[in-house]
Design a protein. Structure first.
Length: 67
């Protein structure tokens, strides 16, 4: 949970600005935007494939050595 305490004679606008920066750092705003709208399953897969690295696949055809 993010908490913001007033520093000295800080205005409400400054506190709000600091709160927004803290939310941005935590990744909270990205998460809220992602959940706010329906995302098709194909779009979810596409997003995951862009961000995640898959392990390398074994190449080969029949499985028999060709020496």
């Amino acid at each position: 949970m993010i908490k913001v305490k007033s520093r000295g004679n800080e205005t409400a606008e400054q506190m709000l600005r600091r709160f927004k920066k803290m939310c941005e750092k935590e990744g909270l705003t990205k998460d809220i935007k992602r959940v706010a709208y329906y995302e098709k399953p194909s779009e979810k897969r596409r997003r995951r494939s862009r961000t995640g690295k898959k392990p390398p696949r074994m190449s080969g055809g029949s499985g028999a050595p060709t020496n």
